[in-house]
Design a binder for this molecule. Structure first.
Ligand code: ZN
Length: 290
């Protein structure tokens, strides 16, 4: 297969680049159509359908080919190429291109948020995101752990959505194995309990005396219960998810408030860690769905 060596739209004569009008017209149409809102794919399909020749007998136009034409500054007159389009049109087309997901575009807020939470399950480093890997994004571990399943934004988002809905359907899975925290009485509580038992066995003890002793003991017991923030958080989380309607799209506020991190496992599954440290995967086991 022979490849074109001269840029589409030009010919070389006496060592100089000249505009080849028949092709230049196609270039102008491509820019005009693209600025006008047509997609790269639609433009490529039309040119192919019209049988417009790209080079020799090649008349199949692809999205990538159109994309390369639009990105080439020579068409606006640089590097010794006469201009085929205006600098303004070149800028307009490329502005649209970057708005549509070029490399300089800022990520949408939801993607940025998920990027900040997404970690490699092996090394706990934040996953990197390649904007373009062939046709879609790809997430990969920056340290090179082989957690590089072909995960694009779509896969990550849909797995996360599925996991959040799973929690919504069954908030109990947010309960931690460590709940409830075990109560361990202090020496003082043990001593007071013995004292209470001893007094109870005696005859003729005033009710007031005994109840005072019991109350004092309860107070002591209360003090040796650790303040369990995680447990309170679990309850609050469960309540929040129980009251949610079906989640149809990722909610920035919900994720920011309830999700601590999202780990990508080697097999491409995700483990979502909630702010109470509960871990939920997107794989449903039988006892969890019951
Ligand atoms: Zn890693």
């Amino acid at each position: 297969m022979s490849l074109r060596t001269i840029l589409y739209g030009y010919e070389v004569k006496n060592g100089k680049y000249l505009v080849l009008e028949i092709e230049a017209k196609v270039v102008r149409d491509i820019f005009a159509d693209y600025i006008g809102g047509k997609s790269l794919k639609a433009i490529a399909a039309e040119l192919t359908e019209q049988g417009v020749i790209y080079y020799l007998d090649k008349s199949v136009w692809t999205k990538n080919l159109i994309s390369r034409i639009i990105a080439n500054p020579k068409y606006a007159g640089t590097d010794g190429y006469p201009a085929i389009i205006s600098q303004t049109d070149f800028e307009l087309a490329n502005k649209r291109k970057s708005d549509m997901g070029g490399t300089q575009t800022e990520l949408p807020e939801i993607t940025t948020l998920i990027k900040s939470k997404l970690v490699c399950s092996c090394c706990s480093q934040n996953m990197g995101r390649r904007n373009k890997w062939r046709s879609r994004e790809k997430w990969l571990c920056p340290s090179g752990c082989k957690v590089d399943m072909y995960l694009g934004d779509r896969e990550i988002f849909s797995v996360l959505l599925h996991t959040l809905n799973r929690v919504r359907r069954n908030p109990e899975i947010l309960r931690l194995n460590t709940d409830p925290v075990e109560y361990s009485p202090s020496m003082e509580v043990i001593r007071q309990n013995k004292e209470i038992e001893r007094v109870k066995e005696q005859t003729g003890v005033e009710f007031g005396v005994l109840s005072k002793m019991i109350l004092k003991c309860v107070e002591q017991k209360y003090e040796c219960c650790p303040l369990d923030r995680s447990r309170a958080m679990t309850e609050a989380l469960m309540k929040k998810y129980r009251n949610l309607p079906i989640i149809t799209e990722l909610d920035i506020v919900l994720i920011r408030e309830t999700v601590q991190k999202i780990a990508v496992n080697k097999d491409g599954t995700l483990t979502v860690t909630f702010i109470n440290h509960a871990e939920v995967t997107n794989i449903e086991t039988e006892e969890q769905t019951a």
